[in-house]
Design a binder for this molecule. Sequence first.
Ligand code: ADP
Ligand code: TRP
Length: 321
Amino acid sequence: MKFLSGIQPSGDMHLGNYFGMMQQMVNLQAEGELFAFIANYHALTSVSDGKFLKKSTLEASINFLSLGLDPKKSTFWVQSDVKEVLELYWILSNFTPMGLLERAHSYKDKTAKGVSANHGLFSYPVLMASDILIFDSNIVPVGKDQIQHVEMTRDIAIKFNNAYGEVFTIPEFRVDDNVATVPGVDGAKMSKSYKNTIEIFSSEKQLKKAVGKIITDSTPLEEPKEWQDCNIFKISKLFLNEDEQENLKDRYGSGKEGYGHFKMYLKDVIWKHFEPYREKREYYLNNIDIVKDILSDGAKKASAIAQVKIEKVREVVGIDY
Ligand code: ADP
Ligand code: TRP
């Protein structure tokens, strides 16, 4: 079973990225062959500062490695090191109906929020399809917002296979139902673009500040509180086992503590959870050459697979002569 997913290096990683995708990927290393990459071409749709993109690409790689991605078990690379995806992207564009792209929620949401539409943003799902199909991925672990992109990939692959035979494996998405969508401090989906994130690797002071911004109702300290719709609870839950969740529910009902206490508790839980990963991150930050070697080995492994597939595609579409 081949699992594949990518993450854009477009800013600091947050709890949504961690629970929605990275943790799933790290756990999947025990179940099958894992392919993970840093989607820097995709990031160009939202980043227009070259220095920032360079820095973020290395940082994202370091973060993923720190969170448990094991380069001995998995193939880990930077998207732009395997240029075959760009050739496939063009070929697949010819199997992508305009209507399919026009229906993309992610594109529609972004343009509705005032992001100016360009061709990169519009055709983004075709590049994503290329990422997935070039490696014959079976399963694509993603957060809920990316499901439609995987469905589009299936449509494109089926159309291509109908024309040229069984060239591509038809992939499936996988979403962790316990997570689905991690809420941000304002209760909306946690996202870099909404500026409502809690970052994974900030300082303790910054973490306290981010958690402090979580919006709650105004039930006074001495009254019992509802945990069901509370954003502090929803985020805390992601880190807690059943007993710990029950315990927190009791504290909500007791009327002895205020939201400030629950925020402090959440901050401590988050800080403790990422402690071992912070140590690993320090190591990689101090050994950038090791990180670059890992990425270069990963790119070689990924390229070898991509080259075989693109040869096959060229042959069937008649680009080779
Ligand atoms: P952002 O919305 O901050 O730009 P990305 O689009 O780069 O995040 O998402 C990277 C990965 O993390 C994707 O698989 C996405 O589905 C997942 N993800 C991002 N935010 C969340 C969230 N709030 N809840 C669950 N998964 C998320
Ligand atoms: N679009 C994904 C995101 O923003 C990143 C991505 C690019 C990806 N190519 C992919 C995810 C292929 C899964 C498979 O999160």
